[in-house]
Design a protein around this ligand. Structure first.
Ligand SMILES: NC(=O)c1ccc[n+]([C@@H]2O[C@H](COP(=O)([O-])OP(=O)(O)OC[C@H]3O[C@@H](n4cnc5c(N)ncnc54)[C@H](O)[C@@H]3O)[C@@H](O)[C@H]2O)c1
Length: 256
């Protein structure tokens, strides 16, 4: 119950990793503001919970600074403070040419400028509460997994976090990034074959669940991580550890 009496903002909370994060925060006693471009989808799961009175949904488009500012103003009007921000909203769209102008601009706008807009809108409240920020990056922002615009934007979050860790640390605010590997959300379940083709990249033998990422976000947002700031934490079943698993089995025999 690490979030009892805490107000947590979760962007992208209508589904996937964001929803799992919002539910985890509620399960741990927090009050949660879900900011999402699809508020009706968020409201439909929130309404089904017995603790729905601790949760409020705010329409918010990360691509529009005025919309982000209005949503955060609504959170402060409703809850009066913000103790933690989980910036989850983001994602990628397929493009035949990863450097195509429109694709590049829209991908970086959503995955780098969008989080910056949310942080900027929440900054004063987080300084006041000496709060914590967790950004959702990706393993694509740590090593070459493809999709250059998405990768560059997600990598940008890590240096944004490191700079803000130095700037805001003296004022009591921590900021960290989680970098998920493949996670079973709509992005993968709606693909033909799902995530099966990439399981071999994961030494732990499976891809991730939204709850795996939510657990790491909750840790970094909580006082358990009170002396951790400026880091990017891969939550990736070991895929970034190295390519050995792709050789097809143990290289020193089953008995170790
Ligand atoms: N699923 C994966 O394998 C994976 C891996 C690494 C990183 N990530 C990252 O995790 C985050 C969540 O991914 P997911 O798989 O749960 O995605 P998802 O598509 O299931 O959910 C994304 C959420 O963000 C919201 N959203 C999208 N655009 C928005 C906007 N402009 N303004 C406000 N809200 C918006 C959507 O409505 C939705 O609720 C993303 O940042 C993604 O890049 C996902």
């Amino acid at each position: 119950m690490r979030f009892t009496d805490k107000i947590v903002v979760v962007t992208g909370g209508s589904q996937g990793i964001g929803r799992a994060t919002a539910e985890r925060m509620l399960d741990e006693g927090g009050s949660v503001a879900v900011l999402d471009a699809d508020p009706a989808r968020a409201q439909s799961w929130v309404s089904g919970r017995s603790d729905a009175s601790r949760c409020a949904v705010f329409p918010c488009d990360l691509l529009d600074a005025a919309s982000v500012d209005a949503a955060v103003a609504g959170v402060l009007e409703r809850f009066g403070r913000i103790d933690a921000l989980a910036q989850v909203a983001g994602g990628d769209t397929a493009s035949a040419d990863g450097l195509a102008e429109e694709h590049w601009l829209s991908t970086v706008d959503l995955n780098l400028h969008g989080p910056m807009r949310v942080i900027r809108a929440c900054r004063a409240a987080l300084v006041q509460s000496r709060g914590a920020i967790v950004l959702v990056g990706s393993v694509n922002g740590v090593a070459a997994y493809g999709e250059p615009a998405y990768a560059a934007a997600k990598a940008g979050l890590s240096l944004l976090a490191r700079n803000l860790a130095v700037e805001l640390g003296p004022r009591g605010v921590r900021i960290n990034v989680v970098a998920p590997g493949t996670v079973l959300t709509r992005v993968w379940t709606e693909r033909p074959g799902g995530a099966d083709p990439v399981v071999k990249m994961y030494p732990l033998g499976r891809v991730g669940l939204p709850s795996d990422i939510a657990a790491a976000i909750a840790f970094l947002a909580s006082d358990d991580a009170a002396w951790i700031t400026g880091v990017t934490l891969p939550v990736d079943g070991g895929s970034l550890a190295g390519p050995l698993q792709l050789l097809g089995g143990p290289i020193w025999g089953e008995d170790g």
